[in-house]
Design a protein around this ligand. Sequence first.
Ligand code: NAD
Length: 335
Amino acid sequence: MTQTITVIRGDGIGPEIMDATLHVLDAMNVGLAYEEADAGLVALEKHGELLPQATMDSIRRNRIALKSPLTTPVGEGFSSINVELRKRFDLYANVRPAKSFPNTKSRFASGVDLITVRENTEGAYIGEGQSITEDGETATLMQKITRKGSERIVRYAFDLAVKTGRKKVTVVHKANILKSTSGLFLKVAREIAAQYPQIECNEMIVDNTCMQLVMRPEQFDIIVTTNLFGDIISDLCAGLVGGLGLAPGANIGKDAAIFEAVHGTAPDIAGQGKANPCALLLGAAQMLDHLAKPDDATRLRNAVVATLEARDSLTPDLGGSGNTMSFAKAIATRI
Ligand code: NAD
């Protein structure tokens, strides 16, 4: 059966890496049909709005979107189009794998294979904070943690462990200081963990977690945490394994899921054929897992690894002299 997905090509390097990714997906013959939709700068230019209703309808209908990076023009209503998409579709789980790959510039050429599961809808990101004095010299920020929000993200992390055969979930928090908010998250996490006796669970304070990730990242399997900590930790993890060119992310909700590269539109290299397509390709692998096609997801990841191992047509960020499409073609031949 053909599965239609919404494809958002984005801007900057977005269209280049999307062409490359769809080339590989086509070579895989996994029964996908693409419905193109616009968002961000491109949508503003074509339709006069950043997030057209047709794009919302397409994602709602197909429930799955593969999205290239987008520019959010300053002063156009949303602080970030990506955050707006997460809000509108209640994409509560931000899932970011970090895995060592061969022939990349990274501190850990092997041994890192972890997933950060970040709560995407509450915590410190419910607002932008406010000045509380007239001179604007004092500001405060509200955080919101709920039982419901904590339950569903921690359950997501444990279910992911069960589904993917992972052994351990680390609950990352700061309950020693943020007793009410982080404390509630930790309390709920303990209750949920008790329902999964087959999965090892440990707790770690966020500052120690950062040090442990840099010193001994191999001790981690799945990390689950609140919004702000997850934002920081997942970029730290991307840095452990060679940076943005290889970092995918998924935003998952009950009714829709959006798969993407973690990096932005890279305006400094846009239009030059230099962009590394791997992050979006690995996002597509997450999408195949989500579509209950784990064998295809593995096929795709293995082809990426084999191409990196062979140093075949790698893009300049990986020290090669290939380009976006020649790299994708080299991956496609190994599918
Ligand atoms: P960026 O991720 O676009 O670029 C940072 C650096 O990494 C640049 O030097 C760039 O050339 C390099 N880089 C990024 N992706 C690469 C790839 N695939 N291959 C090779 N090199 C790559 O970050 P930025 O410059 O801070 O942001 C640029 C724009 O992207 C901004 O408008 C920002 O708002 C937007 N952005 C969008 C998303 C998204 O849509 N998910 C995420 C982050 C930033």
